[in-house]
Write a protein that binds this ligand. Sequence first.
Ligand code: 5BU
Length: 437
Amino acid sequence: MQNVTTRTKKVSLLLHDAACGLPYHFVCGVPYTALPLATVISVECNKPMLIRRREAKDYGTKKMIEGKFSPGDTCLVVEDVVTSGSSVWETVQLLQEYGLKVTDAVVLLDREQGAGERLKQKGVNLHSVLTMTKLVDVLRQNNKIDEDMHQKVLQFVSDNQFSVEIEEPPMKTRKLAWSMSFKERSEHEQCKNSVAKELFAIMENKRSNLVLSADLTNADEILKLVDSIGPSICMVKTHVDIIEDFSRDFVNKLVKMAQKHNFLIFEDRKFADIGSTVQHQFSGGVFKIADWAHVINAHSVPGPGVIQGLKKGNKQSACLLIAEMSSAGNLAKGDYVKETLKIAQDHPDFVIGFISQSNVCEDDPQLICMTPGVKLEKGGDSLGQQYVTPYEAVYANHTDLIIVGRGIIEASDPVVMAEEYREAAFQAYEHRIALTL
Ligand code: 5BU
């Protein structure tokens, strides 16, 4: 008897032959039985493979389809047996959600109970190595079954047809948050926070998802830089505790500038203490951040108390939780990211998203992901900072805004450079949403 590997290879090659001449870039097996079949086709026939997950990863990008593909690439779906065609259709829908084209599916055995017609209606051609009729005919001719069994099987097939019209596909099409436009997200019923709505509107109007990290230490220099770059950005990020000559006057001028250029102010204070302390750090002290910042951020390491404390000190701001960091060797991974997401989802009135390197929540249109550690060229600095490009952050990793400091500040012409970053990040966003239009 042939071993399992040889049989799997034989079946996979039959499937490949049945799909001969069809135009496709990728193969994708319906999980899980067809996964080894698609894998063998991929290896033996030199076709790249996409992997469909059944459950989203519980942290990280939450991608349901793994693989390197571009919008408009075609994919052949591979399955072992089809009855109603529902499982093939589920996989087709998911691939289409990610911008792939699917026009054909190949199966080892079509039980001829309506799958071919149902899939045809959805624009998918079903190709099979074997049909149930052919199978029982061959078995009968070779005396492997008697005539009674032969007729019984054919009768069963004809009595148990799935109707083309009635049955709706079992999987409701989800619209992933990262595939929606900023406008759609701002108008979505789940997007209730007024700061999130305002940010989406600014991004849409100014065609900018660029945040300037104004990391200079002199107040006038910051104001000069921000005023010149104002038209290109949707937000300015400050570290007020590095400004040598911080004053109330600086804040008043920055607020006026924000109105003039239509951007939001984000104080990158990274609150990370017990609730009672952060309440005072936020609303009081020298900086009185709660009086002027539209957006602040917090580490989730203290637990939900940090949010409760900040909410007590809050006047007008919304909060971002730091889910992932850009620095080498940072500890924000795995369960930490998962728990951070939970805290955010428990406080939708205040938390509008994350500082993250990937899209940590694709299901909630209000939750915005902003990525620091961005430069036009990949690389890093000598103190652990790691850079990705705007395209990697926004297109490949599905985050929404890029935060850029030295990439702009240290350029010979920061105004020209800011425009370059704005264009790169907004184009990456436009390509991303075009994936699923
Ligand atoms: P850069 O000059 O583009 O490297 O500055 C990045 C800014 O983003 C800087 O103000 C950091 O404090 C901030 N930042 C970061 O770089 N990485 C992180 O994970 C977080 C914040 Br959180």
